[in-house]
Design a protein around this ligand. Structure first.
Ligand SMILES: NC(=O)c1ccc[n+]([C@@H]2O[C@H](COP(=O)([O-])OP(=O)(O)OC[C@H]3O[C@@H](n4cnc5c(N)ncnc54)[C@H](OP(=O)(O)O)[C@@H]3O)[C@@H](O)[C@H]2O)c1
Length: 315
C-alpha cells in the first residue's frame, strides 16, 4: 500500500509545518495536500487536520463534522462546540432541516467564514435548473453565508442534468467553490461526465468498516474524485462501538474504537464527517493523527466488510 502511495503527489512542506507525526501520515494521502486546518484553543490545542486537494485545486479538510439530525438548539450548540474544539469542515443538507441551526452555530463561534469549509446538498424534489438555483439561494440564506465551499447533488434522482448546469453556473460565478455528488454509482458518474463541463470533485457515499465500498473506492481513485464517507461509524449500527475485533485493535494502540474507525478512513485517503452531539466525543474523534494502523490491523479490518448497506431503508 505504501509503495502505491509513493506515486502520489504530496506536498510535504505543509506537513512539516504541522510536525513530524503528521508528516509521517502524508504517506497515506491519495492526492496532493499542502494545507492544514486546525485550531489553537484551550480544549484541543494541538489539533491540525490535514487537507486533501480536490481536482479543482481547492483544499478540503480530511476530517469534518456531520450534522444529520442535529436540529434546533442541539444543532446550534453542537456546531458551536465542534468549531470550538477544532473542526473546520461542516456538512449539512437541505433535507436535514438544520441549515439555520448550523448557520447559528457558525455565527455564535465568531470564526472568520474564510476559515471554514461549508458543505450543503440539493435535495431530490428541488432538482432541475431553476429549482437548484432557488434551493441554493435558500440554503445559503439559512446558513447566513454568501457562498458554499461545496454543494452536492444529494441523490442521483430527478433532473440531474439541469441541476448540474445550474451548479456549474453558480461555480463559475464564485458562489460555490466546488461541486460534487452524493450516492452516485459508477454508471451515474459516467452519465454525468457525458455532459458535465465541470467535473465533480467528490462523491459522498456510505462507507464504514461494515461497508468498505470495494467497487466505488478504487473507481473514485481512478477518476480522481475524492471519496467522502457518510456514516463513518455506520451511525452506531451493528454494534460498531462494541465490536470485539475493533476493540482489540483499539486496545493495542491505546485508542478508542471510534478513533480506529476514523484512522482507517484517513489511511485509505477517505474524507470522514463523523457526527456527535457530545463534546468529549468530538474531541476524541479529532485525536487520530498521532498513531498509525499497521498492515495486520488493516488486513483484520478488511475482514469486517459485509459488503452491504447498513441503511436498507434508504435504498
Ligand atoms: N449524503 C448522504 O446521503 C448522507 C447520509 C447519511 C449521513 N450523511 C452525513 O454523514 C454524517 C455522519 O453520519 P451519521 O450522522 O449517519 O453517523 P455517524 O457519524 O456514522 O455516527 C454518529 C453516531 O456515533 C456516535 N459517536 C460519535 N463519536 C463517538 C465516539 N467517539 N464514541 C462513541 N460514539 C460516538 C454519535 O453519538 P454521540 O452524539 O453521543 O457522540 C452518533 O450516535 C451525517 O451527520 C451527515 O452529515 C450523509
Amino acid at each position: 500500500m505504501e509503495k502505491q502511495h509513493q506515486h502520489n503527489e504530496i506536498n510535504r512542506r505543509g506537513f512539516l509545518k504541522a510536525g513530524a507525526g503528521l508528516a509521517a501520515t502524508a504517506l497515506f494521502m491519495p492526492f496532493g495536500t499542502n494545507k492544514v486546518f486546525g485550531a489553537i484553543n484551550p480544549v484541543n490545542a494541538n489539533v491540525s487536520i490535514p487537507s486533501v486537494k480536490l481536482n479543482n485545486g481547492i483544499e478540503m479538510p480530511m476530517l469534518g463534522f456531520g450534522t444529520n439530525s442535529l436540529t434546533g438548539e442541539v444543532g446550534e450548540r453542537s456546531v458551536f462546540d465542534a468549531i470550538s474544539v477544532g473542526y473546520r469542515s461542516i456538512d449539512t443538507a437541505h433535507v436535514y432541516t438544520n441549515e439555520e441551526a448550523v448557520g447559528a452555530g457558525i455565527k455564535r463561534s465568531g470564526i472568520d467564514r474564510k476559515e471554514l469549509f461549508v458543505t450543503s446538498k440539493l435535495w431530490v424534489d428541488l432538482s432541475g435548473y431553476e429549482g437548484t438555483k432557488k434551493a441554493f439561494q435558500t440554503s445559503i440564506d439559512k446558513l447566513g453565508t454568501d457562498y458554499l465551499d461545496l454543494y452536492l447533488i444529494h441523490r442521483p434522482r430527478g433532473d440531474v442534468k439541469g441541476s448540474w448546469q445550474a451548479m456549474e453556473e453558480l461555480c463559475k460565478a464564485g458562489k460555490i467553490k466546488a461541486i460534487g455528488v452524493s450516492n452516485f454509482e459508477p454508471h451515474q458518474l459516467d452519465e454525468l461526465m457525458s455532459y458535465a463541463k465541470i467535473k465533480p470533485v467528490l462523491n459522498q457515499i456510505e462507507t464504514h468498516v461494515f461497508f468498505q465500498e470495494e467497487v466505488l473506492y478504487p473507481d473514485l481513485k481512478k477518476r480522481k474524485v475524492v471519496h467522502e464517507a457518510w456514516s463513518p461509524f455506520a451511525a452506531g449500527r451493528n454494534n460498531i462501538f462494541s465490536n470485539p475485533v475493533l476493540a482489540e485493535i483499539a486496545k493495542k494502540h491505546n485508542k478508542s474504537i471510534a478513533q480506529v474507525c476514523l484512522r482507517w478512513h484517513y489511511q485509505r485517503g477517505v474524507v470522514a464527517i463523523p457526527r456527535s452531539q457530545n463534546k468529549a466525543h468530538m474531541i476524541e474523534n479529532l485525536q487520530i493523527f498521532d498513531f498509525k494502523l499497521d498492515k495486520s490491523d488493516l488486513e483484520t479490518i478488511a475482514t469486517l466488510d459485509l459488503n452491504k448497506t447498513q441503511f436498507p431503508e434508504w435504498s
